[in-house]
Design a protein around this ligand. Structure first.
Ligand code: FDA
Length: 497
């Protein structure tokens, strides 16, 4: 139900009574738009017609978040929560359909407390990955956080969806390291792991943002890294044998020793192999020589550095400094993405056709991350993130356009490419990664003020496979009235007694 003006006014009064006014930005505030756009990365998701929040709440402590939820429940105004704002469909700050809602933006709750002797860190959801990496490296040069490549991603959304990066083969997805968390539920209660119970603690570790409440902080296990890691980027064109090398890569990369991770960015007529090895160039060269000689790696390709130096190197370029990973203000251009998982090697002929697609004038790119190793060692039911044993690699398809066009040709290319890939990728269900959210995979239908299970199953089984139903029961336990919801939130199922 869309709340009336009266309930919106009541909501704002309720907020004002509980939260300092300088932490509230209503639509009439001159800072409303600057605060709202501060972490919008993709201009496609913020236009004149975007359905914007009634108010942005920027809490500085848990009680503010609890009050926002209590006020929202009382006055029937929904809340969307934002950490880093990187959601691929902008669901943390906009609604696809008309809706009166508030945004709780956690950008002022971003402390990172590292305990090097215990090898753990307590991290607020509003911190960026870059801030976490930086704090960990200052506390210990032997520890790392196994998370994503882009340093401006928010911890809140990242961990809500699983989260993976260069250390995934050695240490698994980021949620595999979560030890505890604090959650504000739909009743406004502040719950830790014990208080939220087994099912909800399971659900928040990968079951998608927004569905179960607002996660304020996470306790994670840090992972050991050696003093030297070796990075390389090697590009091969089709003329230089990219097709054969990729055909080999897809079976070799998921089976290599866990210390070696080689992803590929495939674009136009070239494949760039980007790698991190947890060790020295001296140790890497014989390994590559025996397992993957086709890439022709030699000493000139090796860049030895510390783990923390590898973070700006891989994402921001070789001239970026470690301090650059603290910069929260970068933004991307217009884009749209979707994802797949591959379980059977793609035949050489398939790779040839992929390059034909990538050669089209409106083509985008394909980023492939190998699995295997630790990420594949957990059972599919260990966490909601189900992409485990049997997955060879994840594909992210992405296309970009300039403001001079409406992007329809680029989006059509993306859809055509996704259709073309059908025979080569996972099926029944066709798997997808929730953190590369795509609303074209399906959107919720709300009937009687509750999201229907059937509508959500369409996209839900792609992101979660058989874990989807268990997530719906966890939702039924913690939020049976479906207060926390968006276009792809988990619907509540309530167990019959
Ligand atoms: P944002 O704040 O937009 O939230 C995302 C979703 O989670 C929303 O539905 C939101 O409501 C919800 N949410 C946010 N905070 C919450 C909280 N505290 N409690 C409950 N729900 C919450 N992924 C990856 O695994 N590896 C990678 O290397 C990359 N790289 C990458 C690069 C770039 C440039 C982008 C834009 C994205 C990625 N991603 C990625 C995907 C990324 O992991 C994904 O978009 C995350 O959801 C982003 O989290 P944010 O907190 O930034 O998003």
């Amino acid at each position: 139900s869309v709340p009336s003006q009266a309930s919106s006014d009541g909501f704002l009064q309720c907020l004002s009574a509980a939260i300092p006014n300088e932490l509230l930005y209503t639509q009439s505030s001159p800072l409303f738009t600057p605060v709202l756009v501060s972490s919008v990365r993709n201009p496609r998701l913020f236009t004149n017609t975007t359905v914007k929040p009634l108010v942005i709440v920027t809490p500085t402590n848990a009680s503010h978040v609890q009050s926002a939820v209590v006020c929202g429940r009382r006055h029937d105004v929904r809340i969307r929560v934002r950490s880093g704002g990187h959601d691929y469909e902008g669901l943390s700050y906009r609604s696809e359909r008309p809706e009166v809602f508030a945004v709780v933006d956690l950008n002022k709750m971003r402390s990172v407390r590292v305990n090097p002797s215990a090898g753990t860190a307590s991290i607020d959801s509003g911190a960026t990955l870059g801030e976490v990496y930086y704090a960990v490296s200052k506390a210990s040069t032997q520890l790392a956080f196994a998370a994503g490549l882009c340093p401006t991603i928010g911890v809140g959304g990242f961990l809500s969806g699983g989260g993976f990066g260069m250390l995934l083969r050695k240490y698994g997805a980021a949620i595999d390291s979560v030890l505890d968390a604090t959650l504000v539920d739909a009743e406004g209660r502040l719950l830790d792991k014990k208080a939220m119970g087994r099912d909800v603690f399971w659900a928040i570790r990968g079951g998608g943002g927004e569905s179960f409440g607002i996660v304020l902080s996470w306790k994670v296990k840090l992972v050991p890294v050696p003093p030297t890691v070796t990075m390389f980027k090697v590009a091969k064109t089709v003329a230089e044998g990219a097709v054969d090398i990729l055909t080999k890569w897809q079976v070799v990369a998921p089976a290599l020793p866990e210390d070696l991770f080689i992803r590929v960015v495939v674009q136009s007529s070239a494949a760039e192999f980007q790698s991190m090895y947890l060790g020295t160039c001296d140790a890497l060269l014989p390994l590559m020589g025996s397992r993957f000689p086709e890439l022709g790696l030699n000493r000139t390709h090796c860049n030895e550095m510390t783990w923390i130096q590898s973070v700006p190197y891989i994402y921001l370029g070789s001239t970026a400094t470690v301090e650059d990973i603290l910069n929260r203000t970068t933004s991307d251009g217009l884009r749209k993405a979707t994802s797949d998982y591959v379980r059977q090697p793609i035949p050489k002929d398939g790779w040839l056709k992929i390059f034909d697609f990538l050669a089209q004038p409106t083509a985008g790119i394909m980023i492939v991350d190998p699995y295997g190793g630790k990420i594949s060692a957990f059972p599919e039911s260990a966490t909601p993130f189900p992409h485990r044993a049997g997955v060879l690699f994840n594909i992210q398809y992405m296309n970009f356009w300039s403001a001079a066009t409406d992007g329809s040709a680029q989006i059509k290319w993306l859809k055509d490419f996704y259709t073309f890939m059908t025979p080569y990728v996972s099926s029944n269900p066709r798997q997808a990664y929730v953190n590369y959210r795509d609303l074209d995979l399906g959107q919720n239908v709300v009937v009687g003020n509750i999201t229907t299970y059937e509508s959500a199953k369409v996209w839900g089984e792609k992101y979660y496979k058989d874990n989807f139903k268990r997530l719906a029961f966890a939702k039924g336990k913690v939020d049976p009235n479906n207060y926390f919801r968006n276009e792809q939130s988990i619907p509540p199922l309530v167990a019959r007694k």
